[in-house]
Design a protein around this ligand. Structure first.
Ligand SMILES: Cc1cc2nc3c(=O)[nH]c(=O)nc-3n(C[C@H](O)[C@H](O)[C@H](O)COP(=O)(O)O)c2cc1C
Length: 201
């Protein structure tokens, strides 16, 4: 079943529309407007906007499968999960699909700050250690965190460009999220980033 995202998180799989790679504010304007905001309206993010945003964050931008965001040794070890009001999805950048992980609303049980409990979308950054293949723990942690940071900044710039509010955060309950997102052993939750429209005045 393919459905619009608004108010829906019941489809097993959502085919994302082809991301639009045009438009947006000039880079220097987006950089001028990049900021953290912790207030969100309840309004859902339209599916086309979601697809564009995910592509900007961590989408394939070259024929050889490389991404808009750099990763150490091109291991592409970051997985992005989407936590929304009524469930959680896994983003598959190759197939442009969202795969349903859970129908449970987990915004209030994941140790997020109050802001993220209200945000219509929180992206969870997971480091897939199996794909990363870096045995030294310090290097694994450092390179994983850096790779998350690049994606986070891509999201910040997309949000600045599109008039969305966003906050990148480290405060979350990794254990609760690992269970809720059904992560396999070796996958570790690193960060979250909440995104939504500014509150209506
Ligand atoms: C690695 C990292 C971790 C962060 N963790 C949190 C957090 O747990 N909670 C929060 O409210 N903001 C968090 N932030 C957002 C920062 O507080 C914010 O970026 C900072 O205040 C600067 O504001 P600006 O982004 O508008 O420049 C984090 C930012 C980074 C880069």
């Amino acid at each position: 079943m393919i459905v619009a995202l608004t108010g829906v998180t019941m489809a097993d799989q959502i085919n994302l529309p082809t991301p639009s790679k045009e438009g947006g504010k000039p880079l220097m304007t987006a950089l001028s407007e990049r900021k953290t905001s912790r207030e969100f309206s309840d309004r859902e993010i339209p599916l086309q906007m979601l697809s564009d945003m995910l592509w900007a964050a961590y989408g394939i931008n070259r024929p050889d499968g490389r991404l808009t965001s750099p990763t150490a040794i091109n291991r592409q070890e970051i997985d992005l999960y989407l936590v929304m009001k009524n469930g959680a999805y896994f983003y598959n950048p190759k197939e442009l699909k969202l795969a349903k992980i859970s129908e449970k609303g987990i915004r209030t049980t994941s140790g997020f700050g109050k802001f993220a409990e209200k945000a219509p979308l929180t992206i969870i950054f997971v480091v897939n250690k199996g794909r990363q293949q870096i045995s030294d723990p310090t290097a694994s942690l450092t390179l994983g965190a850096v790779d998350c940071g690049f994606i986070g900044q891509n999201l910040y710039l997309y949000c600045a460009s599109e008039g969305l509010n966003t906050v990148f955060f480290a405060t979350l309950n990794k254990e609760a999220l690992s269970t809720a997102l059904k992560l396999e052993k070796g996958n570790e939750v690193f960060f979250g980033q909440s995104i939504g429209f500014p509150p209506e005045k």
